[in-house]
Design a binder for this molecule. Sequence first.
Ligand SMILES: Cc1cc2nc3c(=O)[nH]c(=O)nc-3n(C[C@H](O)[C@H](O)[C@H](O)COP(=O)(O)OP(=O)(O)OC[C@H]3O[C@@H](n4cnc5c(N)ncnc54)[C@H](O)[C@@H]3O)c2cc1C
Length: 318
Amino acid sequence: MTKILIVGEFSNGKLKGSAAELLAAARAIDPAAEIHGALLGAGSGAAAQGFAAYGVATVHALDGSLPSYSSDGFAAALAPALAGYDYVLLQQSFFGRDLGARLAAATGAAWLSDVTAVEAGPVFVKPLYAGKVISRMRFSAAGLKIVTVRPKVFMPASADASASVSVNSLAESQGYKSKVTSVEAKAEGQIDLKEADIIISGGRGVGGPEGFAPLRDFAGAVGAALGASRAAVDSGWIGHSHQVGQTGKTVNPKLYIACGISGAIQHLAGMQTSGVIVAINNNENAPLMKIADYALVGDLFQIVPELQKQILALRAQG
Ligand SMILES: Cc1cc2nc3c(=O)[nH]c(=O)nc-3n(C[C@H](O)[C@H](O)[C@H](O)COP(=O)(O)OP(=O)(O)OC[C@H]3O[C@@H](n4cnc5c(N)ncnc54)[C@H](O)[C@@H]3O)c2cc1C
């Protein structure tokens, strides 16, 4: 029987919803697979109970003194527990990319990142060259395979099961070389780009840091995250954590509204799988206008407030 380990992430003592997407990916690999969980970091023992809702009954937890992420510390603790598994699945997040690669190096496992679908076989679908090419890959040998899965591409498995979770405590490695000593909380109310259902992004077309004000207002009013193109980030108008694209974040919201963004291939690489794309641009020939579901031609500073007004009016009608 195929044995799959899904490595979850948690915050504020709760298992993050991304575990449900990994579970869906695991079932796509083999619907009959035996699936176990893993959680790493102080507090993971309690948060591991969150797996119960998904019917995952065995969870490896590193509930030691490492308060936050330790690249080599986490890998050293988890690697010995991987014997007997066919696959380890992690999210294609900063955490998953770093830890997954380290686990692969430590165990000599096969490694595949940024998977966006799993087809019968299993065959793994992975975009290449900033999304210009879609590759289909198959592992050619048996043994451990480590895979990272792009967020929001799998419909999350439902959380309606119940299992009593048995936690296998991992031993903390004493020889780790690095650990995170502090984590800066985001401004309250700021929605994570990766988790957002709606993203409103601004590009060079906003004209300056003050040009993000109407977008921030719009995002706050409709519960959206604020994104940006690299041109806006490189100009110092907004922080890098907002950047969408090849060298920023890959996002997959239900609705992506791009304001004053031309649609360079490196930007498209990070957002083209969004559910519905709205582009606002005063140049109807901008590349993003061609791939958008709705292309609004005009000045973003006129269109954005009007769009906000219309959406809020519609919401008020229920
Ligand atoms: C290796 C590499 C990696 C990169 N990684 C990324 C990445 O991760 N993310 C990313 O975004 N880019 C990335 N880039 C940069 C990318 O190539 C583009 O330069 C960048 O995306 C352009 O940003 P932009 O669309 O905001 O600016 P521009 O291309 O200058 O577009 C601005 C748009 O705003 C419109 N506009 C202007 N004023 C208004 C107005 N008042 N109302 C409405 N529309 C208006 C203009 O018509 C234009 O279409 C990368 C480049 C390289 C080489």
